[in-house]
Design a protein around this ligand. Structure first.
Ligand code: G4P
Length: 524
């Protein structure tokens, strides 16, 4: 039987932001409200510091910790909340993009002083492509920042979002008094509290005579502001929000626990319960009887003596059950899992059943790669987890010929985890690693040595971009292959890729070979 009740009470989402806007702090405060942690500071250790570009041993250490915080589940008012953690460091942007395929909505955190930053723009663009419902939380109101109206304008322009404020700040910085909740129509006064939850003072509405007592002349400013807000911005429309066409905005200070409760309470009210996912066969609805799910993240064990991994599976439909045979569609074989893990608060525990929206951690010895689908027997493949054309490239060279096998295995598994992409030049058989961030090259070298006992070095290659290419026109295809023989490689799946050395050569190829389609993501 399909458990509609379980589906309906789940909210699976991610908090995203430009580094330093307050994603970690907000996550932590939500856990605090959910009773999942008792004091602040617990999530911090998961954070990959932005200074870590050179000190990346620290990243490895933190990667170890972050298994526990990859998914943080907790219950609040009988709603099961799953927060999926995304790495803040921009070199891991692709991890973040993949994690976004496993959520049903996002909260974007923006620093009131800095406004919309580059990483915010990138992340929101991905969400918009997927039509993911977006809530905006403007953080750090305890500091001086941009004017609220100005900021909303900036968000609309730069992020191309249609906004509607559901809360409104009264002052900011030293003069920050509180926020008016435009959804529940009440007022919360600001009392700084960093560690624990303070009780908010709640009023009825803007015309409550007691408000003047607390706000003095600020009541008039607030009333004027609200008149503009209600006149200029459209009323909140749930259907539009759920289609990704309207974004409610909240103000607050995560560090001071302020505005976080409003966010959480409204979030559980309006955020979508688990949504279905598109497959190569049909749209799979969560209430479908048969279990389906897909792998969106693979996490390696840091202990070199236990080179196992955890594959994170998002349950899309049906009920996932322990010790039950499921079809690994790509490998066309049945696998069962004796100890699938669920993530509650920051602990892992073996779980007997999981429902749509849940994330299950499956112990993996190298069978999975990102994007793999599990079903009860049906042959279908979920779509929407493409690899992006990398931006940085290097030849990888084995420095210990006796350990070629270890190197090949290591590279193979790291690519399955989605750390980077491997291309093999068709003519020379040389291997090229392509990444989206510089840090990955170090990560790969280090992990190959420590987890697989293989050593490699890199050699520079001057490449602009790779593009997958296909065509029905055999003559053009063959001509292209012949003329560009030295610039064609195969990806891990054996698909042909054009290794363009400049934007000019890519442009020329596109102009000359009009029947060839060049693709910059692997899913086409
Ligand atoms: P991130 O995950 O988005 O990168 O941001 P994070 O939560 O780590 O916050 C970045 C910095 O901003 C932290 O300070 C954090 O304490 C601070 N911060 C978060 N929310 C607020 C807020 O509402 N008001 C103010 N004033 N500051 C806030 P840090 O000094 O970098 O780190 P820490 O030393 O406090 O850990």
């Amino acid at each position: 039987m399909v458990n509609i009740k379980e589906i309906g009470r789940r909210r699976t989402f991610a908090i995203v932001s430009h580094p330093d806007a307050g994603k970690t702090t907000l996550t932590e405060k939500l856990l605090l409200y959910g009773g999942a942690i008792q004091v602040a500071g617990a999530v911090k250790s998961n954070k990959i510091k932005k200074t870590a570009t050179s000190d990346w041993m620290e990243i490895e250490r933190q990667r170890g910790i972050s298994v526990a915080t990859s998914v943080m589940g907790f219950e609040y008012k009988n709603i099961k909340i799953n927060i999926l953690d995304t790495p803040g460091h921009q070199d891991f942007a692709e991890d973040t993009f993949r994690t976004l395929t496993a959520v049903d909505s996002v909260i974007v955190v923006i620093d009131v002083a800095k406004g919309v930053e580059p990483q915010t723009e990138k992340l929101v663009r991905v969400c918009r492509m997927r039509k993911t419902p977006i809530i905006v939380f403007i953080n750090k109101l305890d500091r001086e920042g941009k004017d609220a109206f100005e900021l909303l304008d900036e968000i609309e322009k730069k992020l191309d979002l249609r906004v509607t404020p559901l809360s409104w700040p009264i002052g900011m910085g030293n003069g920050f008094y509180g926020i008016y909740n435009n959804y529940f129509k009440n007022l919360h006064l600001f009392t700084p509290a960093k560690q624990t939850i303070e009780k908010d003072i709640v009023f009825g509405n803007l015309t409550d005579p007691d408000m003047k007592k607390y706000l003095g002349d600020r009541v008039d400013i607030l009333s004027d502001d609200m008149e503009i807000v209600n006149g200029v911005y459209p009323a909140f429309d749930s259907a539009k929000y759920l289609k990704g066409e309207m974004s409610p905005v909240f103000f607050g200070s995560a560090l001071n626990n302020f505005g976080v409760k409003e966010l959480l309470e409204i979030f559980i009210d309006i955020a979508p319960s688990p949504l279905g996912r598109e497959s190569d066969k049909y749209f799979v609805k969560p209430e479908n009887e048969a279990f389906t799910g897909f792998v969106f993240k693979i996490h390696a064990n840091m202990d070199p003596n236990h080179r196992d991994r955890i594959a994170f599976v998002r349950v899309v439909s049906g009920t996932f059950k322990r010790n039950t045979n499921y079809l690994h569609v790509r490998q066309n074989r049945l696998i069962k899992f004796s100890s699938p893990t669920a993530f509650m608060a920051q602990k892992k525990s073996v779980v007997d059943e999981s429902f749509p929206g849940d994330i299950v951690g499956l112990h993996d010895t190298g069978n999975f790669k990102i994007g793999d689908t599990l079903t009860e027997g049906e042959i279908l493949q979920f779509k929407g987890i493409p690899s992006f054309s990398p931006e940085l490239f290097k030849y990888v060279v084995n420095t210990e010929p006796m350990r070629a096998k270890q190197l090949a295995k290591g590279i193979d598994q790291l690519m399955d985890e989605g750390v980077a992409q491997l291309f093999t030049e068709k003519s020379s058989r040389r291997k090229i690693i392509g990444t989206v961030g510089a840090l990955q090259f170090e990560v790969i070298q280090y992990r190959l040595e420590h987890e697989y006992g293989a050593k490699c070095r890199y050699e520079t290659i001057s490449l602009f971009k790779t593009a997958w290419f296909v065509s029905e026109n055999k003559a053009q295809l063959n001509d292209f292959r012949a003329r560009k023989a030295g610039q064609i490689a195969l990806d891990k799946e054996g698909r042909e890729v054009f290794m363009a050395d400049s934007s000019f050569s890519l442009q020329m190829a596109e102009q000359k070979y009009t029947d060839i389609k060049f693709h910059f993501t692997s899913e086409f």
